[in-house]
Design a protein around this ligand. Structure first.
Ligand code: ADP
Length: 187
């Protein structure tokens, strides 16, 4: 099973991804984590990505597609996978379809996690205090939410047309949200 997880920053994708990955024994592909690792290691990709991330902008599609393409080279062909934070643009979604086609696979389920904007801002500001991520300042949070609406939200329609979209309410406790996600996958 190949699951794509979509939703604005702070909606709880990180928390729910961990649960999904261990519940279904999935390979976890988080482009945000891959990029943070690349920055930490000072690789060429990391050096190029850093400025975009720190300003809350999306890293260019070609860089991301190359990163994910490399990751797929070592992807066990029978194993399920959770795509977390990728794709974030229609171009990336089309590239993902191409990468999967080569493996004889396709996206099975797209889960969109939905929550109030006020709640999302509050969660991101809390996370900024706890984790000290460089892209969680109030200005960057505003930029990331705007970019989500402009560049990533159109993906929802793209996947709705494919018939694979499931919308899940992300408000409530992590357990409540996880149970809703499981139900949406079963339905
Ligand atoms: P969040 O969903 O909380 O914003 P992520 O960890 O998924 O956090 O991503 C952090 C940042 O990394 C994004 O704001 C963006 O700059 C960059 N990034 C991650 N994934 C992608 C992607 N698929 N395309 C472009 N940029 C990305």
């Amino acid at each position: 099973m190949i699951i794509v997880f979509v939703g604005p920053p702070g909606v709880g994708k990180g928390t729910q991804s961990k649960r999904l990955v261990s519940h279904f024994h999935l390979v976890h592909i988080s482009t945000g984590e891959m990029l943070r690792r690349a920055i930490g290691e000072g690789t060429p990709v990391g050096v190029e990505a850093r400025d975009y991330i720190d300003h809350g902008r999306l890293v260019p599609d070609d860089l991301i597609v190359e990163l994910v393409g490399k990751r797929f080279e070592t992807f066990p062909s029978a194993q399920g996978c959770l795509m977390d934070g990728f794709p974030r643009t229609i171009t990336q979604a089309r590239s993902l379809d191409g990468l999967l086609e080569k493996l004889g696979r396709r996206v099975d389920v797209v889960i969109e996690l939905v929550a109030d904007r006020e709640e999302i801002r509050r969660r991101l500001l809390d996370r900024a205090r706890i984790e000290g991520r460089t892209d969680d300042s109030p200005e960057t949070i505003t930029a990331r939410l705007e970019i989500y609406d402009r560049q990533t939200a159109p993906l929802i329609d793209f996947y709705r047309k494919c018939g694979s979209l499931r919308q899940v309410n992300g408000m409530g406790t992590p357990d409540e949200v996880f149970n809703r996600i499981l139900e949406s996958i079963r339905s």
